[in-house]
Design a protein around this ligand. Structure first.
Ligand SMILES: [Mn+2]
Length: 262
């Protein structure tokens, strides 16, 4: 076999399981401008501000198909889970394509709707704020099973069924060009179609500390950093908005990357 230098590089990188990231920078498909929003966690105020920044950014650039990708964790922790879901469902950015991924907090919300036994766990990591925002006084984590069941029933009647349908149909991953978008990350060494949903929603160290090439650059939230984390194999965009006030958006256009932030 005779290879040109660039073919040889891509052949070798293919052998190493590294996809195409040796001979050219990662790109999104031509004509698409992606705005990827990190973990919102009930901060409708920050989402409003960031959307204004996104609109202004898009207006100041050339013609392109504008796409906004939400990386999951819309609810819990911050005070306005209800309003965030209202914005996502009923007030999307006009003329933008909207993509929503499932986060582990949405998964827990759905689990609580179906079965109150997750309640003591969920209220300890932010579900109490979601219950409040839907008019339910959250039981203490130590409350009885009967109290959690009462809270579940009230929450189920206050939580609009179309919101539940929306959350139930969210997917765990989205691919564009050389990028993969997931809430938490992927388990290194396993093809995307064999990843477990639990890993896509929950994984931390095994993914964050991996130096492996994943074939695509993985854009994710879930694990908080002060500033976006840009590595060769992943970009983390969860800047802990619910507490820091900094909601981050990664903008991808061609091979270009830039950030907007509240
Ligand atoms: Mn998360």
């Amino acid at each position: 076999m005779i290879f040109s230098p660039s073919k040889l590089l891509s052949f070798l990188s293919g052998l190493a399981g590294q996809g195409g990231d040796v001979d050219r920078p990662p790109e999104v498909p031509a004509g698409r401008r992606l705005y990827v929003i990190g973990d919102i966690h009930g901060r409708a105020d920050l989402l409003m501000t960031l959307r204004r920044q996104i609109r202004e950014d898009a207006e100041g650039r050339g013609a392109a198909r504008n796409v906004v990708i939400h990386i999951g964790d819309y609810v819990d922790r911050g005070e306005e889970s209800h309003r965030v879901l209202d914005m996502l469902l009923d007030d999307p950015l006009p003329d933008f394509e909207s993509i929503h991924l499932l986060g582990n907090h949405e998964k827990s919300l759905l689990q609580f709707l179906a079965d109150a036994s997750i309640g003591p766990y969920w209220v300890r990591y932010g579900g109490d704020a979601t219950l409040y925002s839907f008019g339910v006084r959250p039981p203490a984590a130590s409350a009885s099973a009967a109290e959690f069941e009462r809270a579940r029933q009230l929450f189920a009647s206050n939580f609009p069924s179309r919101y539940r349908s929306f959350l139930e149909t969210l997917s765990c991953a989205h691919e564009e060009g050389d990028y993969l978008f997931v809430h938490a990350g992927i388990r290194p060494g396993i093809p995307l179609d064999r990843q477990s949903p639990d890993d896509l929603l929950w994984i931390r160290e095994d993914f964050l500390f991996s130096n492996a090439s994943h074939g695509r650059v993985v854009v994710h939230g879930h694990s908080i950093s002060d500033q976006p984390e840009v590595r060769h194999n992943r970009i983390g965009i969860d800047t802990g908005a619910f507490a820091s006030g900094h909601l981050t958006c990664l903008v991808l256009e061609g091979a270009e990357r830039r950030f907007l932030q509240t």
